[in-house]
Write a protein that binds this ligand. Structure first.
Ligand code: KIV
Length: 272
């Protein structure tokens, strides 16, 4: 039997931008949640290096390794989603040079991703071009780039100051242009003023996908655990579309109470 679902592909992103159709991206890190978000009809599943914070318990994304990212890409790919899977290249897996960048990108593609994402602009344009030349689609990521945690002094909104220094408004326009020219097929813009994200979106040829970047981007992305309210973190840029933290703790508290008072298991859930 053939499957009825038509996969979302890299060329669909350009078509969606040209038709004014907003792109929906969300993160997932395992097969169960990948199947859930795919059933909800998202266009793109990002196996983000945010796995370091929301799954592994780190305070930033720097510690996660390429091997760990490949593992999570494999888990997501097992859900066989209709959505395009983008695998995030973690810190240290592409900074050494273009050879390392291509090899790391290939690792995530072999694990089941249809594209890779990496952070940076002018400084990584060579690597984006080299990976794209190997027919591996690349998504760029500029603005608040979490792997630049130490340079930024934390997770700080970028592009508020003028100038060509990293994180300056003029530099971010240059970064966006460099990523576009290098052959990326899409660009994540994170944590910048809305008007700057709008200006970038109008100036580049590729679709922009915003997070904390206002309404004018061609698409939006959120971290799944923030969207579902699984973690207790509150961010200006993230809306909780559910409060799973409360739902899950209430369910487990009820289970614990029933175990302790002997209500669980009842006869309906016991074998004769
Ligand atoms: O890792 C991640 O989840 C990301 C998104 C915030 C864009 O890079």
């Amino acid at each position: 039997m053939t499957s009825a679902k038509k996969s979302v592909t890299v060329p669909d992103f350009a078509r969606m931008k040209s038709e004014g159709q907003r792109i929906v991206m969300v993160t997932a890190y395992d097969a169960t949640f990948a199947a859930l978000v795919d059933d909800a009809g998202v266009d793109c599943i990002l196996v983000g290096d945010s796995v370091a914070t929301v799954v592994q318990g780190h305070s930033n994304t720097i510690p996660v390794t390429l091997e760990e990212m490949a593992y999570h890409v494999k888990l997501v790919a097992r859900a066989n989603p209709r959505a395009l899977i983008v695998g995030d290249l973690p810190f240290g897996s592409y900074q050494v040079g273009v050879g390392q960048a291509i090899a790391s990108a290939a690792t995530l593609i072999k694990a089941g991703a249809g594209a890779v994402k990496l952070e940076g602009g002018v400084n990584v344009a060579d690597s984006i071009a080299a990976i794209a030349r190997m027919d591996i689609p690349v998504m760029g990521h500029i603005g608040l780039t979490p792997q630049s945690y130490h340079r930024m002094g934390g997770h700080k909104v970028q592009g508020r100051a003028q100038g060509n220094e990293p994180g300056g408004r003029d530099r971010l326009l240059d970064d966006a242009h460099a990523v576009d020219q290098a052959g990326a097929f899409a660009l994540v813009i994170e944590g910048v003023p809305s008007d700057l994200a709008g200006e970038i979106t109008r100036k580049v040829s590729i679709p922009t996908i915003g997070i904390g970047a206002g309404q004018e981007c061609d698409g939006q992305v959120l971290v799944l655990h923030d969207l579902l309210g699984i973690t207790k973190r509150d961010f200006t840029f993230a809306k909780k579309y559910a409060n799973l933290h409360a739902t899950v703790t209430e369910a487990i508290e009820t289970y614990a109470a029933e175990v302790r008072n002997g209500e669980w298991p009842d006869s309906a859930h016991s074998y004769k």
